[in-house]
Design a protein around this ligand. Structure first.
Ligand SMILES: NC(=O)c1ccc[n+]([C@@H]2O[C@H](COP(=O)([O-])OP(=O)(O)OC[C@H]3O[C@@H](n4cnc5c(N)ncnc54)[C@H](OP(=O)(O)O)[C@@H]3O)[C@@H](O)[C@H]2O)c1
Length: 327
């Protein structure tokens, strides 16, 4: 079968052996897959590892074969794949054994993938294949950061730097759906307009002076993933006693901040990553209830996966990027 792999430092489309389902596993024939920033980081992390690894965490498709002992799924079922491996019940942090699909296990950028049946959810009926394929990783990360860790409530003001990000394209509608006010930033004027179309109340340029633009309005909750480029300025617009949730660091992991200002402000800082299956199911129920459709910026064919990587690397997207695989 055809797959997009990382092998000996090189990304390429390659013919690889088809997977088969062992006990408790299911082979899914992938219709579409979704890109995440994580996919860009993996080649660096693997260096020149000789074994070909199929990349990709997100995907949706049709159950093609089933191993012994699998219950609840039949051949032909339409499913999405939960990439948060072995994290089922809600917990403060992922359990031992947690991993993300796409490294070290083979991922979704292929005609077929084998996963444990416990990692499958029924495909939301109101979504197309490309839409369903991009939901799980970003939607889940967004849902946990905003609701579980951020404890967002109706009437809160939520601040999201980097509106163009795949995860932000879920944060904005989730927060709006429950009656929060949403303020975003983006480097691009076009993306600021798209964020307003998606429901954001205010969209500012990322490198403008936010305290001036907001005329000293402060926010209850910051959801940060841009990292060093915005972290301290995000703290500047947070109310005293407010909450800041961090789940990413696109522009560098290391940040200096003023501890005295932090403790006098009685700010609350939370780390978050992906989420449990329980949270994924709550997120899917939320999307179903609001008939929420993810923002798919564009779709590439599996053969063109390198172009999709280049597009994501340049940060041109608003929302998610899909790979069409079959059907
Ligand atoms: N912990 C987890 O479980 C988890 C899960 C998903 C993602 N993440 C992390 O969260 C981050 C966002 O993920 P994603 O997939 O949504 O990423 P993405 O789609 O690539 O978006 C990143 C966004 O960051 C902003 N940005 C990039 N470079 C910037 C710069 N130099 N200055 C200011 N803003 C900049 C851009 O927003 P504008 O174009 O609007 O300016 C860009 O769209 C990544 O770091 C990712 O690794 C973590």
């Amino acid at each position: 079968m055809k797959a997009f792999v990382h092998e000996r430092g090189v990304l390429k489309v390659k013919d690889v052996e088809e997977p088969s389902a062992s006990q408790g596993q299911v082979v899914v024939s992938i219709r579409a897959a979704g890109l995440n920033r994580r996919d860009l980081y993996i080649p660096n992390r693997r260096g020149h590892a000789p074994k070909a690894l199929i990349l990709g965490s997100d995907g949706a498709g049709v159950v093609q074969s089933i191993g012994e002992g699998v219950q609840g799924f039949s051949i032909g079922d339409e499913v999405i794949i939960n990439p948060a491996l072995r994290w089922f019940e809600n917990s403060e942090a992922p359990p031992a054994g947690f991993d993300i699909l796409g490294m070290p296990d083979h991922g979704t950028f292929a005609e077929k993938v084998v996963v444990s049946a416990e990692q499958l959810e029924k495909k939301p009926k109101h979504l197309s294949w490309n839409e369903a394929a991009v939901v799980a990783l970003s939607g889940l990360t967004s849902y946990r950061a905003l609701f579980t860790k951020g404890d967002v409530k109706k009437g809160d003001t939520v601040f999201i730097p980097g509106a163009g990000s795949g995860v932000s394209s879920f944060l904005i509608p989730f927060a709006k759906n429950i009656g929060a006010k949403v303020i975003v930033t983006s480097r691009s004027e076009e993306k600021r307009k798209l964020a307003l179309d998606l429901g954001a109340d205010i969209a500012m340029a990322t490198y403008s002076d936010w305290t001036v633009e907001l005329a000293d309005e402060k926010v209850d909750l910051v959801i940060e993933s841009v990292g060093r480029a915005t972290f301290n300025r995000s703290l500047d617009v947070l109310k005293k006693g407010g909450r800041i949730v961090v789940f990413g660091a696109t522009t560098e992991d290391t940040v200096d901040f003023d501890l005295r200002k932090f403790f006098y402000g009685q700010y609350q800082l939370f780390g978050s990553t992906m989420g449990s299956r329980e949270e994924l199911r709550s997120m899917l129920a939320h999307m179903e209830m609001y008939k929420m459709v993810p923002v798919v910026d564009c779709t590439f064919e599996l053969d063109q996966a390198q172009n999709a990587f280049d597009y994501l690397e340049k940060g041109q997207q608003f929302g998610k990027i899909a790979l069409h695989v079959s059907g």
